[in-house]
Structures are given as structure tokens and as C-alpha cells.
Ligand binder design. Structure first.
Ligand code: PLP
Length: 356
């Protein structure tokens, strides 16, 4: 018998979440953002449920080529563009769409002038201060792009820093609009948070990621309230049960001490499976479908749970780390992070199955 841990993927849920994104997008076209191996869900698996998307957005040329080899003829957007001049030949050959965010990339394009031309998304920095040309450079960049003859269509793009937070999109959107006024070019602005909360930012191409995988981009609104369904469910089982006397401690560092006699369970799941090591005592977890809490430190291959009120729990009892019945968002929040990080961190050693 293998270790009892597994990740189960519900592709119908993925399809459902995409339909919610589609409905919110109105007339805009939808990039299904599938970077980081489709947020840990498996790129080619996710693709099968994302047929209704207008294209896929990811980072690596290799991943884009895997999609092309699997028969995907839709647009595929490289969100960070290319990294070296040698990347341009495969980009042109596979007709990938490409973000250009820097003058260095522009210079590479000018030196290679690849054919056939491909679609360019010109990324403009409007306040995120990560990638993007400055608003002052838009005119010059458009002229340079046109002169290369390598751009088959240009879309103007920006990325919001706080679409999920109190600042929203107002300031960046105003900056973008004033800098691009009068340019008759399509636009792409919205991530999941902007798509869900700021309909004025839908523009022509939206870029939802996390919502497709059934998690909420917001700290103050649950996935369930947004109508999203979890796609990845991480389960395992108890492999030991023990009784602690009052005062006895659990795990490395003895960070948790029983304040009275208690029963605890040992779960076959640790940080080497992708469970966050910094999840503190009290992180929610389901045992036999009942909600309880982790106790003590997460170790590499195991973690421990409080079995109070779950007398039926014994060796072999099903444990849900996150997914159906317990949102990954909640576990992430308890661990001081976001669901994105947990989903992407699912370890290669965890066996994966699809829900029938
Ligand atoms: C990851 C990413 C997205 C998707 O963001 P979510 O918050 O997962 O919806 C959109 N646009 C860009 C440029 C990204 O890098």
C-alpha cells in the first residue's frame, strides 16, 4: 500500500469556475491563467476542463509548446515574454502571444525580427512597479514595435497591485486610461480580483487565475460566496493515534502541550507534501469529515491533530487537508499565506487522481 495521501482533482468544478469567470467577463475574451503548472493542478489536465477559455496564459515556452503539442490551437500568452533572443524563434514558430515589458526585450526583438509576426501584449507599469514600461514610453514603444514588423496586433496591458484590497483599481485604472487615451488598441487589465469586484476594468481580455481553481482572491469574501467550487482536494489518513496526559507535549520543539488528557491523531502529510510548515496549532483540518485543528509543529512527513469529539477516529480514518469541505483559503489564512502558495506547492511525490 502506498502512503494514504493523495490529491484529487474535480475537473467539473474547474469547468464550472470558468463559466463564472466567463459570465463576469461579459464580451471580454478570457485568458485562463495556467502558470505554475496550472496553479499546481497539472497543465494538461487543467486544459481539458478549460475548453471554453479563449486562450491560455503562462510563463514558460516549454509549457506553451506542451500545449501546442497536445493540440491547442488557441492563443497562448507568455506573461513574462521572452528571456533571451534565442526564445524568439520558437515563439514565432508556435505562434505564441508575448508580453513585452521592457526596453531590453524590445532591443532583442529589434535584433532578431522574427517571422512570422506574433501578437504582442505591451505591458505598462501603472503602479505595481514590477514589470512594465513607463507610461511616458508608450508612444515610442509602439513606434519601435511597428518598425520591427514582428508584431501581428498589439494589445495594451497592465496589472493591478491591489484589486483584492482597499485601494482597488481606481488610481491605476485612471493612470492607464489617461496614458492610453486615443489609442485604438485592445486592452487587457483584470486578474480574478478585478474581474470579480471591478467590472469597469474588464476591457477586452481578462486574465483570471485563482478563481478558476476555486479559491477566492479576497481575504474578506469566501470562494463559496462567490459561487466557486474547489478543484484540488488534498486528503490523507491517520496512521497513529495516541493519548497524551496533561502537560505532555507534541512534536518538534514541543510547541504544543496538552492542558488535559487528550487524544491526538498522526496524519500522513507534512511539509514535503506541500503542507505549510508554518501552519500553527489551531489550523483547521477535517477528520472523518469533522472539523478539528492541528496541534504542534508540522514535520516533513506528518502532522498531528486534536481528536477531541471524534471518538470514531482511528488508524485509516480519512483526513482532508484542504479542498472539498474545507476551503484552501481558510487553511492558508491560518498559516499566514494565500491559497495560491498552497496550491502551487503541492509536491510531486503526492499521487494525483481525478474525480470520477
Ligand atoms: C498570475 C497573473 C494573473 C492571474 O492572477 P489571479 O490573481 O490568480 O487571478 C493575471 N495577470 C498576470 C499578469 C499574472 O501574472
Amino acid at each position: 500500500m502506498p502512503r494514504p495521501i493523495r490529491a484529487t482533482f474535480d475537473l467539473a468544478a474547474l469547468e464550472h469556475n470558468l463559466s463564472i469567470a466567463r459570465a463576469r467577463a461579459g464580451d471580454a475574451r478570457v485568458w485562463a491563467v495556467a502558470k505554475a503548472n496550472a496553479y499546481g493542478h497539472g497543465l494538461l489536465r487543467a486544459r481539458r476542463a478549460l475548453d471554453a477559455a479563449d486562450g491560455f496564459a503562462l510563463l514558460d515556452i516549454d509549457e506553451a509548446v506542451r500545449l501546442r503539442d497536445a493540440g491547442v490551437r488557441k492563443p497562448i500568452l507568455l506573461l513574462e515574454g521572452f528571456f533571451a533572443p534565442a526564445d524568439l524563434a520558437p515563439i514565432a514558430r508556435h505562434s505564441l502571444s508575448v508580453v513585452i515589458h521592457s526596453n531590453e526585450q524590445m532591443a532583442m526583438l529589434e535584433s532578431v525580427r522574427p517571422t512570422p509576426p506574433f501578437a504582442v501584449f505591451l505591458k505598462i507599469n501603472t503602479g505595481m512597479n514590477r514589470l512594465g514600461i513607463s507610461v511616458e514610453q508608450i508612444g515610442a514603444s509602439l513606434a519601435r514595435l511597428a518598425a520591427t514588423g514582428s508584431a501581428a496586433g498589439i494589445t495594451l496591458m497592465t496589472h493591478f497591485a491591489d484589486a483584492d484590497g482597499p485601494e482597488g483599481v481606481t488610481a491605476q485604472l485612471a493612470r492607464f486610461e489617461s496614458a492610453t487615451r486615443g489609442l485604438a488598441l485592445p486592452r487587457s487589465l483584470a486578474n480574478s480580483a478585478a474581474l470579480l469586484r471591478h467590472p469597469q476594468a474588464r476591457a477586452d481580455w481578462v486574465r483570471p487565475g485563482i478563481m478558476l481553481y476555486g479559491c477566492s482572491p479576497f481575504a474578506d469574501e469566501t470562494a463559496q460566496a462567490l459561487g466557486l467550487m474547489p478543484v484540488m482536494t488534498l486528503t490523507s489518513a491517520l496512521i497513529a493515534v495516541r493519548h497524551l496526559a496533561a502537560g505532555e507535549r507534541v512534536g518538534y520543539g514541543g510547541t504544543f502541550a496538552a492542558d488535559r488528557a487528550m487524544r491526538i491523531g498522526v496524519v500522513a502529510c507534512g511539509y514535503a507534501d506541500g503542507y505549510p510548515r508554518h501552519a500553527p496549532t489551531g489550523t483547521p483540518i477535517l477528520v472523518a469529515g469533522r472539523r478539528t485543528r492541528t496541534v504542534g509543529r508540522v514535520s516533513m512527513d506528518m502532522l498531528t491533530v486534536d481528536l477531541e469529539g471524534i471518538p470514531e477516529a482511528g488508524i485509516g480514518t480519512l483526513v482532508t487537508l484542504w479542498g472539498e469541505g474545507l476551503s484552501c483559503d481558510e487553511v492558508a489564512a491560518a498559516a499566514g499565506t494565500v491559497s495560491y502558495e498552497l496550491l502551487c506547492a503541492l509536491a510531486a511525490r503526492v499521487p494525483q487522481t481525478e474525480r470520477a
